[in-house]
Design a protein around this ligand. Structure first.
Ligand code: MV4
Length: 448
């Protein structure tokens, strides 16, 4: 097992990893930017090293400085958290070259899953259901695009190969606009990503976003855990996640879990990751992408299974055998997570950095709070706006919602705006409470 882990991240996930390390008896090294000197993760760690100025490129993305911090402190492993360098193949490569264990999958897995088209091709070869599509880039000047689109079936969606998170996607309803849409999409992709490649897929209408946690050890064993429903998103940012999904019954869970496990096996996945699926109105599911990191929403899976996913991730990276057997994992209840952001809901959710005055955050039965903020803390404008995750755990969905509603009412943060009022609106929305929300929910029922 590692003796000392450097956490190459900040905020709530850095605190989360430090806590897991402490419980495993591992020493911790925090890195921080100049402006993060007073952050909670710096306070919680055994050691702290400043790696640069405030901007991410000078600090949390500054690979030479982070590697130097690991060497100075004698860290034998680096945990990248999520965001920043968590899915950076080059960073994983540099860690390996310097004899420092990267706590994540192999650089090959990161690279393979980072390339959308190669990921889909590998999944297709491995028997994982994929969205009917062009199986590679298309060109507006190729007359075959009309046959390809007709075979897929309209509406089709044109996606930028180098895109992601919804950027560079366009829907085509019929062949009249197909060629021009591809031309526009290629032009936009070139401008936005420096790569004009685009591909086509069947457009899955009003889909649900259902994802499965996967785990793997270096001996080839893999497992999946019960799903997370992440359909409530705003501009491709997840806001509310829950487990299990109100949409998924035991039979579908087994089918999707098996597919997720096949995906993990296909890439020889080690440590923890997530397989994202789109699910249509007829419960057909399709591989969307694989995320090769611990995710923001991992706590809801921890609450419903009783597992500690960050400890599992560290143990698997250290070469331990996977002890989890998918079929033996029980669902202990229902969990919902609300992401509280320092944003102003009355001003189109613009970031609301600033110094926190009085701070009241929830607790009590069934409420978990993952946060790094404290009264007097100054939220910097340089990083993402997530300030706290409230996780409510109940014996069933109704109880979990009731706990979340109670907890949201306890939130009081002076000095900055926050999004807890939006979550209260969602929790009291009839469509949400009935459990029938897909990815169009927010635009259709909350921001109408
Ligand atoms: C799709 C889709 C419908 N059909 N692909 C959005 C982000 C990126 N991960 C993929 N996304 C989508 N791809 C096909 N063939 C609908 C979306 C989509 C979406 C997916 C998951 C969660 C929220 C979403 C919001 C809008 C669109």
């Amino acid at each position: 097992m590692f003796k000392k882990v450097l956490i190459a991240n900040r905020g709530e996930i850095a605190c989360r990893v430090i806590r897991a390390c402490r419980e495993l008896g591992i020493k911790t090294v925090a890195i921080h930017s100049e402006i993060d000197r007073g952050s909670m993760h710096v306070k919680l760690a055994d050691q702290a090293i400043c790696v640069g100025q405030a901007t991410a490129s000078e600090s949390y993305l500054n690979i030479p400085s982070i590697i130097a911090a690991a060497e100075i402190s004698g860290a034998d492993a680096i945990h990248p958290g999520y965001g920043f360098l968590a899915e950076n193949t080059y960073f994983a490569e540099v860690c390996e070259a310097c004899g420092i264990k990267f706590i994540g999958p192999s650089k090959e897995s990161i690279e393979q899953m980072g390339d959308k088209i190669s990921a889909i091709k590998l999944m297709k070869r491995s028997g994982v259901p994929t969205i009917p599509g062009s199986d590679g880039p298309v060109n507006a000047d190729d007359p075959k695009i009309f046959d390809i689109a007709k075979k897929i079936g309209y509406p089709v969606i044109v996606k930028a190969t180098a895109g992601g998170g919804g950027k560079g996607m366009r829907i085509v309803a019929s062949e009249e606009t197909l060629r021009n849409t591809i031309i526009v999409a290629q032009t936009e992709a070139k401008a936005a990503f420096g790569n004009s490649d685009v591909y086509m897929e069947k457009c899955i209408e009003e889909p649900h976003h259902i994802e499965f946690q996967i785990l793997g050890d270096k001996y080839g064993r893999t497992a999946y855990l019960p799903e997370r429903d992440c359909s409530i998103q705003r501009r491709h940012q997840k806001l509310v996640e829950e487990s299990p999904s109100p949409l998924v019954g035991e039979a579908l869970r087994k089918k999707m879990g098996k597919a997720a496990r096949n995906a993990a096996t296909a890439v020889k996945y080690v440590t923890v990751g997530t397989v994202e699926f789109l699910v249509d109105k007829k419960d057909r599911f399709y591989f969307m992408e694989m995320n090769t990191r611990i995710q923001v929403e991992h706590p809801i899976t921890e609450m419903v299974t009783g597992l500690d996913l960050v400890k599992e991730q560290i143990k698997l990276a250290a070469g331990e055998k996977l002890s989890i057997v998918s079929e033996k994992v029980k669902i202990l209840g229902h969990a919902i997570e609300c992401r509280i952001n320092a944003e102003d809901p009355d001003k189109d959710f613009i970031p609301s950095p600033g110094t926190i005055g009085k701070l009241y955050l929830p607790g009590g039965p069934g409420i978990r709070l993952d946060t790094h903020v404290y009264s007097g803390y100054t939220i910097p404008p340089y990083y993402d706006s997530l300030i706290a995750k409230i996780i409510a755990f109940g014996s069933n969905r109704g109880e979990s919602i009731a706990k979340m509603q109670r907890a949201l009412r306890e939130v009081e943060i002076e000095g900055i705006k926050n999004t807890s009022s939006l979550h209260s609106k969602i929790m009291s929305n009839e469509k949400f409470r009935r459990g029938s929300v897909n990815t169009n929910f927010l635009s259709k029922y909350i921001f109408e």
